[in-house]
Design a binder for this molecule. Structure first.
Ligand SMILES: Nc1ncnc2c1ncn2[C@@H]1O[C@H](COP(=O)(O)OP(=O)(O)OP(=O)(O)O)[C@@H](O)[C@H]1O
Length: 297
């Protein structure tokens, strides 16, 4: 068992933030923790990493309690940027943590290069952008090649290029056997990363394989929209029109191309959108017309 979260309760004053949270991670994969602002995601990650104590409940990581002194050889938590020191360089931070963990200079350089921060690691953190700070925090987190990596909003503040790099790195780490538990607000990013979602609702976990909710939709522009609409619907492919675009869901796009080509219809543009998480998110959090997504227990 990689991670076992058992019957965790946590309140702040009268506010019950986590109410009997239980879930288990048994195999290396990416698991996304999703919930509205204030639903308790950071609190839960902080409890898992033993930064905050729960009121009740128990966490085990690789079979040991999460307060075991050796646990942090195998687990890393990407903290938020308040842990960084403005007057130190990125390299100073890496060297400091590297010294504590007995990590070689070569490994520090290799990891910084892997994350893409080697070119500015000798600059002071005061000169870093938000994205550069995120890169440094990620480099610090993966320095000891953890088996379980916990990331709180890792894509926050990243421009599209950096977000793609981090996403690719996360996928690479998982392919090497690392388990990644991450929280994110960015549902489109989650769709690209994983099918395994933990929804945090009213202090409790709804643990789901999102693949059954996956929807792939295509937005297509053709040279003759009326004829294309008629032709596709006639072929049994449910197609709708909005403005100058056709919309088709959950279909092998190759079939659509073949039908259009056979009928001498030309595709001018095509856009593909994958959504599963967002659709399920709405079902979970906006049920019964409840549009107040803020969690209260
Ligand atoms: N130290 C604290 N003292 C009192 N209340 C707290 C404390 N930390 C968190 N809370 C409250 O607990 C709730 C959950 O906070 P938490 O930061 O875990 O949520 P979150 O899901 O991570 O939110 P966000 O997505 O906005 O980061 C919020 O209502 C927050 O105000």
């Amino acid at each position: 068992m990689i991670l076992s979260v058992n019957q965790i309760h946590k309140s702040y004053g009268n506010q019950k933030v986590l109410n009997n949270v239980t879930f288990h991670i048994e195999k290396p994969e990416i698991i996304a923790l999703v919930g509205p602002n204030g639903s308790g995601k950071s609190t839960l990650l902080n409890i898992i990493t033993n930064i905050i104590k729960p009121d009740q409940g128990e966490i085990t990581i690789f079979g040991r309690r999460n307060n075991h002194p050796e646990i942090f050889r195998e687990v890393a938590f990407m903290q938020d940027n308040s842990v960084l020191y403005d007057y130190l360089t990125g390299y100073d931070h890496l060297q400091f943590i590297g010294n504590i963990q007995g990590i070689s200079k070569e490994q520090i350089y290799k990891t910084a290069k892997r994350v893409g921060m080697d070119s500015y690691m000798n600059k002071k953190v005061s000169q870093y952008s938000l994205g550069m700070k995120q890169h440094l925090l990620l480099t610090l987190a993966i320095l000891n090649q953890p088996k379980l990596l916990i990331l709180d909003e890792p894509l926050n503040g990243l421009d599209p290029t950096s977000a793609i790099n981090v996403r690719e790195l996360v996928l690479e780490l998982v392919s090497e056997g690392t388990t990644i538990l991450l929280s994110s607000h960015n549902l489109a990013e989650i769709d690209r990363l994983t099918d395994h979602i933990l929804f945090l609702k009213k202090g409790q976990i709804i643990n789901e394989d999102i693949s059954i909710h996956r929807k792939i939709s295509y937005k297509i522009e053709v040279d003759n929209i009326e004829r294309a609409l008629f032709t596709l619907n006639d072929a049994g492919i449910v197609t709708t029109q909005k403005d100058k675009y056709l919309f088709i869901e959950n279909i092998h796009i190759h079939d659509v191309f073949q039908i259009l080509e056979k009928n001498r219809l030309r595709v001018l543009a095509i856009d593909r959108e994958v959504s599963g998480t967002e659709r399920r998110y709405k079902n979970v959090f906006f049920e019964n017309g409840d549009t107040n997504e803020n969690s209260s227990v």
